[in-house]
Write a protein that binds this ligand. Sequence first.
Ligand code: TXA
Ligand code: MG
Length: 330
Amino acid sequence: MIVERADARAIALAAELLREGKLVAFPTETVYGLGADARNDDAVRHIFAAKGRPADHPVIVHVLDLAEAERWVSDMPDDARKLARAFWPGPLTLILPRAHDVSDVVTGGQSSVGLRAPSHPVARALLAAFRGGIAAPSANRFGHVSATTAGHVVDDLGDGVDLVLDAGASDVGIESTIVAFTTPSPMLLRPGAIGGDALAAVLGRSVGARETDAPRASGSLASHYAPRTPASLVASDALVAQLAQLDDRDERVAVLAWRTRPPQGFDGVWIEAPDDAAAYAHALYANLRALDAAKADSILIERVRDDAEWNAIADRLARATSGEPPDDRD
Ligand code: TXA
Ligand code: MG
């Protein structure tokens, strides 16, 4: 594996490697993606092997713009087009009926395909140089939190990837909002930086929450974003009492707080997250990785605000603390 600062030369090399069927990890504004030529089945299969992810899970195809997206779908509903015009390039993925020539390897055998035009300048430069769709899930190992730096990619995937383009930390820090157009009215499959209110403002109606028979989104498995150390969510007013209990049992604890300060004499790992939703999201996965690396007996995460701005973060925290067994993780 090579890690290269994402300058023009490295981006040209990355496009060349993609054409050869190799895997390239690249920055997007949400998280790093593990990319392959979306028209090359063998290359896309390598993504699953590198991540340790089951082969029947669909991957998002990254495109430069709406015109390129149209090549991958059999139908582009007006509402989907409206969302793409409003939010692309940006952290929004649209699930749409696939064109007949889109491979089952990309769609996980489903009749739909996920499409996203990322806004990160390096992702856009790579798409422009490659001149095609890039299939890319988040560049983390299956069951682990997404990678938001090149270092996270290296830690998770090692030699499974041929080149990592390094452009520092991803801005948004959590995965894109996903809206599916596979049912009569659009459905929110994964909350993200683009909130329900923003989607509704463009569509003139609200987007429904996901139904249980919704198409498979591996991110919707309960414990998809889990750290390895047992983690739980704790209300602010219960945090200090819980710490005292764990201390009585001599348990080592790592804490992600945003409002509460460490009590006197606390000697575990204490991470103080920002008191602002965008900044909290930006740092979230690096923080979860740091909590995990502390190798404590348990992780306590202070509950965040319960409002629209914090909704996508609350979703990721709920998954990180769901306590499902690892073989359920994606
Ligand atoms: O922000 C993001 O979306 C990042 C960056 C790299 O673009 N990508 C990402 O990909 O999070 P991934 O594969 O880790 O998560 C995408 C989710 C998965 O849960 C996948 O199952 C779902 O989208 N998905 C993809 N295509 C789908 C389809 N046709 N139908 C239903 N779900 C789909
Ligand atoms: Mg993922």
